[in-house]
Design a protein around this ligand. Sequence first.
Ligand code: PNS
Length: 172
Amino acid sequence: MTSASTGRRIAVYPGSFDPLTNGHVDIIVRGSRLFDRIIVALLVNADKAPLFTLAERVEIAREVFASYPNVEVDTFDGLLIDYVRRREANVIVRGLRAISDFEYELQMALMNRRLNPEAETVFMMPAEQYTYLSSRLVKEVFALGGTISGLVPDTVKAHLRRKHETKAGVRI
Ligand code: PNS
């Protein structure tokens, strides 16, 4: 499946990435080998109140993928499928960790297909060691003093530390 005008395989990997975990990184690296370009697309207006601002999440993702020429980090607002069309992409990548992800993902994939039958959702499995990992758990474990080493890129750890120090009004 290739973009109609360029003949290139362009994938969009959408999400909140609050924060980016090694599970996300694993999917993006796999995607960068499969597609000519993979666009990590951060949702601007998430319902949930994020821990990190959009600018912080973009900065983190750009830093992590600075050495990957075919990984782009961008933001989008409104319907994902409109963004996919604007970017002349034809694949939506979503990570599937466990059966529990399936129902929500199936609903989104089929709704997106109904809105644009030309765009195909492709599910990718992260490496086994990340199958239980989520941004929500990372934030909770870190906030309660547990270790998140090996679960997020170093820059995320540094950002989390800074965020919590600022919140607590402490500078270490
Ligand atoms: O990482 P998340 O929070 O599970 O990502 C969800 C996301 C951003 C993929 C989904 O909420 C989305 O696509 N939002 C944009 C609005 C939209 O297109 N809604 C209809 C989806 S079928």
